[in-house]
Ligand binder design. Structure first.
Ligand SMILES: [Zn+2]
Length: 340
């Protein structure tokens, strides 16, 4: 019987502290294992709520434990994350999901998120550890909740392709939050200019399938997604993007509760955009170091770093591509807390 799959985000990307310190590679070793259970049975639940996003239902369980924040504030935060993910994908990726919120005594902030596929009747299950003394400001700057829910929108991969799961979550999370007005384009492009270089290959790199470092897994994966998004838009005269590929993968059942190989997912994505970008890039990037000229890419996208922050250059050759990446096709998806 297949072990439930888990995706771990032990590594804090924001705030910047962890970005600036040495990667904690130990986190990458935490793949599915018989000793790592989500604590399903032992956890005493203090409150259960439900969030509806169209036809999808998200059960939110709060484990026993003190929180300075009202539970309603945490629930609203999960609601916003669910809306962002549903807005990007055009629907919430799975019909039923469970989010287990575990308060951690004496700590502050969103501490850890982990997502499994196919747990006890829930196609998606996310466990979030949140410090007792977490503040509204901590919630406002939290990326992890959205990141975890993005994981539900891609099939589970073999270990060597873990980078695409983390890369997608790292790349999509901020874009989805721009689409719901939660972040500004200036903010997320500025963060990408600051952080994306961490995904470039270092010496001895053997490609994304064979180099399982922190930088290549999270940011190498995100770099693959960024370059693919831009390239699909260039080849389709900006009519299609990575979003179209990812929506098609979800529509054909490619969610976290299904084990697929990567070529199958990428093939569906390519057919949806009528390009070969994903398959071609994967062939190039999987076993060789591919370096991206990021300064040139930012210039083409019309992203300029100035002492006043990020400025956009409307006359840049791919300015329209940059604008399309964060543009929502419609109003934000409505996520509703069901009254109890
Ligand atoms: Zn993750």
């Amino acid at each position: 019987m297949a072990q439930p799959r888990r995706i771990t985000s032990l590594i804090s990307l924001i705030p910047c502290l962890c970005m600036l310190t040495a990667p904690r590679d130990a986190a990458l070793a935490q793949r599915p294992g018989p000793t790592q259970r989500p604590g399903w049975n032992s956890m005493s639940i203090a409150e259960t709520d439900e969030i509806k996003v169209d036809a999808s239902s998200i059960e939110v369980d709060f484990a026993e434990g003190r929180l300075d924040l009202p539970k309603a504030a945490v629930l609203a935060h999960i609601q916003a994350a669910a809306s962002a993910v549903a807005t990007y994908y055009g629907r919430f990726p799975v019909d039923r999901a469970r989010v287990l919120v575990i308060p951690v005594a004496g700590r502050q902030g969103i501490l850890q998120g982990t997502t499994w596929g196919g747990m006890r009747g829930f196609p998606g299950f996310t466990r979030i550890r949140i410090g007792e003394h977490t503040t509204p400001a901590d919630l406002a700057e939290d990326w992890m909740t959205t990141h975890e829910l993005v994981h539900m929108a891609f099939p589970s991969m073999p270990d060597d392709q873990h980078w695409i799961e983390e890369g997608l979550a790292t790349y999509i999370e901020p874009i989805a939050r721009v689409m719901t007005g939660n972040l500004t384009p200036q903010k997320i492009w500025g963060d990408m200019v600051r952080d994306m270089h961490q995904g470039e290959p270092e010496a001895d790199d053997e490609g994304l399938d064979r180099t399982h470092t922190w930088g290549r897994t999270y940011w190498g994966g995100a770099l693959f997604c960024l370059v693919a998004d831009v390239q699909i838009r260039r080849e389709t005269n900006n009519r299609k993007g990575l979003q179209d590929a990812l929506r098609a993968i979800v529509a054909q059942g490619g969610t976290i509760d299904h084990d697929w190989d990567l070529p199958r997912a990428l093939g569906i994505g390519d057919r949806a955009t009528d390009t070969q970008v994903l398959t071609r890039m994967y062939a190039e990037w999987k076993d060789k170091p591919v370096t991206v000229d990021l300064p040139a890419l930012w210039g083409e996208l019309g992203i300029q770093s100035t002492p006043r922050g990020i400025e956009f250059i409307a006359s840049a050759p791919d300015a329209k591509v940059r604008e399309a990446i964060t543009r929502s096709a419609g109003p934000p998806a409505v996520a509703t807390v069901v009254p109890r």
